[in-house]
Design a binder for this molecule. Structure first.
Ligand code: PEP
Ligand code: MN
Length: 337
């Protein structure tokens, strides 16, 4: 159920409604928009049906949210969510590019990647310090050492950091170094982890599970929002299909569908979606044309020597060329880059 307040509702009106909702054993979630405040109510909705909520001062209307994902839905919040990370706004007019190596391998590797991507116009540095590898014998990431390099290099170039969290026990450590917490495809339905990052104050980049439907994806995001963290971006990174030509199958439909159904920013990862560096530019261009709010692209100074995902990593010069192409596409669809 959502309670839409009148534009002239006061703080006191909001407080009064919130207190009442709590007294009925329900949880109020407040969303302050530009024009009006909306209060989402989580819990047994039947309790609300017998309350004369529309008689409360400041209330304009009370309506049920039909979507199973309540807080994530456009019904709950019609305007786009914009996530502001030290002045980098994700979900606004400017498309935000996050780039960097799959894994942080060394200070030198990360610095070389960061220098190149910053010069090309990327605003966020990506890199895994904890890597979800299929084989336990593959490189697992540098752990805290990798996180330190990320922070140090990003600060040197004036960028924000996005890095993956796999284990709730590492949350405090990862929060210390990163600006955005990435939840990987393999953990999209790790509900304990989702609830944990829901209590963090750091924005979350939630990747779509490789076999997850859009509804399951949005329900996973609902776990984070309903735990109190509204700063969530949704990342389409390809799904599993019968196709073997590419690593995953990029679901372009996901971009406009999620934009219709949710107010949260949509990010596209063309690197994992294709698994081949030669396909990354075309998919990135399509994503921008389709309305994505950002891109997550793997860039490595020497992909031949990469410890993970070298075959899908762009060389810095190819990344710089792509950034130029994306600028004109962004302009054509009324965005900046
Ligand atoms: C990654 O971004 O490096 C990654 C492991 O992605 P995904 O979870 O989408 O496979
Ligand atoms: Mn990768």
């Amino acid at each position: 159920m959502i309670i839409v307040l009148r534009p002239d509702a006061t703080e006191k009106d909001v407080e009064h409604i919130v207190e009442k909702i709590k007294s009925w054993g329900l949880t109020p979630m407040i969303s302050k928009g530009v024009e009006r405040t909306i209060i989402g109510v989580i819990g047994e909705e039947d309790i609300l049906r017998v309350q004369p909520l529309e008689a409360f001062p400041g209330v304009e209307k009370v309506m049920p949210v039909l979507a199973p994902y309540k807080l994530v839905s456009r019904e709950f919040k019609s305007e786009n969510t914009i996530i502001d990370i030290k002045g980098i706004c994700i979900g606004g007019k400017r498309i935000v590019v996050m780039a960097g190596p799959c894994a942080v391998e060394s200070y030198e590797q990360l610095r070389a990647a960061a220098e190149a991507i910053k010069k090309a116009g990327a605003q966020v540095l990506r890199g895994g310090a904890f890597k979800p590898r299929t084989s336990p014998y593959s490189f697992q990431g540098l752990g805290e050492e990798g996180l330190k390099y990320l922070r140090q290099v990003a600060d040197e170039f004036g960028m924000a950091v996005v890095t993956e969290l796999m284990d709730p026990r590492d949350l405090v450590l990862v929060e210390k170094y990163t600006d955005i917490i990435q939840i990987g495809a393999r953990n999209m339905q790790n509900f304990a982890l989702l609830k944990e990052v829901g209590q963090s104050r750091k924005p979350v980049l939630l990747k779509r599970g490789m076999s997850a439907t859009i509804k399951e994806f949005l329900m996973a995001a609902e776990y984070i929002l309903s735990s109190g963290n509204f700063q969530v971006m949704l990342c389409e990174r390809g799904v599993r299909t019968f196709e073997t030509e590419t690593r995953f199958t990029f679901d372009l439909n996901a971009v406009p569908i999620i934009k219709q159904k949710s107010h949260l920013p949509v990010i596209v990862d063309p690197s994992h979606a294709t698994g081949k560096y030669s396909l990354v530019p075309a998919v990135a261009r399509a994503a921008v044309a389709a309305g994505a709010d950002g891109l997550l692209i793997e860039v490595h100074p020497n992909p031949e020597e990469a410890l993970s995902d070298g075959e899908q990593s762009l060389l810095p010069d190819k990344f710089a060329k792509l950034m130029q192409e994306l600028k004109s596409i962004a302009r054509a669809v009324g965005r900046d880059l």
